[in-house]
Write a protein that binds this ligand. Structure first.
Ligand code: DGY
Length: 323
């Protein structure tokens, strides 16, 4: 066993924790409560590697310490907007993430939200549970057909492409893409997709827009009142990316006024706290950040962290470097 000291910041699947414990001196978080900024800062002085996740706020303040022992931050998750990458880099720390392994499951949750909003599944379930369903009738809880729609995808990375696959092959939707760089034509052709440069145009054309871009400062409130004002009547917005990408106050307003047909959110700005405006907005389905939450994927994410960690500890290049 290596004497390297490793901190796992939250409770992980047992098989992955066991694998880590075979090779390293591991500290686990058996209480499964998110660490504070002070605890994370102290950890930088104590551990060779920290294995954090989205609930660990590793902003600039965490790196404001003179005593840093940590060489590696191997994130459990693909998104890393909770880590100040420049500060980590300045401290000489290698950061990695876990792409690929969660793309299908996250796209599944985006599709779940699209269908739930279009077919009013959240409302329907609540009605049945409350004992308020009075029976089938031709005008009861009428939603919107999900097939054959125009679907916009913001961010055409691996998760965006998996969502396109589901919408195109499963629901015969026409795919439009907005991405910060030009997407290779053969990638677009796989889904008969058209790339648009203009986000407003995407909102004007599409019946559904699903967000799959990174979070962080660069994309904070990318979807704001100006963009939402362009929405085609009835448009459904789906966010499984990061909460900060959407201005939720503007979103709630657009739902209240009927500018937007509906929204499905798996991620929230400041989660797990939900803004009252968001909670009270009509035609909204909310899930508790379930994108990657399947037994298979959570183990694969962990094993990908182990692979990255092993490489760094062996002095070789990790598979998924962020910096
Ligand atoms: C991811 O992998 O980014 C998930 O959202 C959890 O962090």
């Amino acid at each position: 066993m290596s004497t390297a000291k490793i901190l796992i910041t939250r409770k992980w699947p047992e098989s992955v924790e066991a694998e880590l414990m075979k090779h390293y001196d591991v500290t686990r978080n058996t209480d499964d409560v998110a660490l504070s900024v002070e605890e994370l800062r102290a950890a930088l002085g104590e551990y060779d590697a920290i294995l954090p996740t989205v609930t660990d706020n590793m902003g600039a303040a965490v790196f404001q310490t003179d005593h840093i022992r940590t060489q590696a931050i191997c994130n459990y998750g693909v998104g890393f907007s909770h880590i100040d990458i420049s500060a980590a880099q300045a401290a000489g720390i290698t950061v990695t993430n876990t792409p690929d392994v969660l793309s299908e499951c996250t796209a599944d949750i985006a599709m779940t939200l699209m269908l739930m909003v279009a077919r009013r599944a959240g409302e329907g379930e609540r009605e049945v549970r409350a004992g308020q369903w009075s029976g089938w009738r031709p005008t009861h809880m009428i939603g919107t057909k999900a097939s054959n729609k125009k679907v916009g995808i913001v961010g055409f990375g691996r998760i965006g492409q998996e969502f396109a696959r589901r919408a195109y092959f499963g629901f015969n939707c026409e795919i439009f893409v907005q991405n910060r760089s030009q997407v290779a034509q053969d990638k677009l052709d796989q889904f008969g997709a058209t790339q648009l440069d203009d986000l407003k145009a995407l909102f004007q054309i599409c019946d559904v827009v699903s967000l799959h871009c990174p979070g962080g400062d660069a994309n904070r409130h990318l979807i704001n009142a100006d963009i939402l004002a362009q929405a085609k009547p009835g448009l459904i917005l789906v966010n499984t990316a990061r909460g900060e990408v959407v201005d939720e106050v503007a979103l709630a307003q657009a739902l209240q006024t009927g500018t937007l047909g509906g929204a499905g959110l798996d991620v929230f700005d400041g989660e797990p706290n939900i803004k009252p405006e968001t909670r009270e907005a009509p035609n909204m389905v909310m899930l508790p950040h379930l994108g990657s939450a399947t037994a298979e994927t959570r183990v694969e994410m962990g094993m990908r962290v182990v692979e990255n960690l092993n490489a760094i500890m062996a002095g070789t290049a990790p598979r998924d470097p962020v910096c």
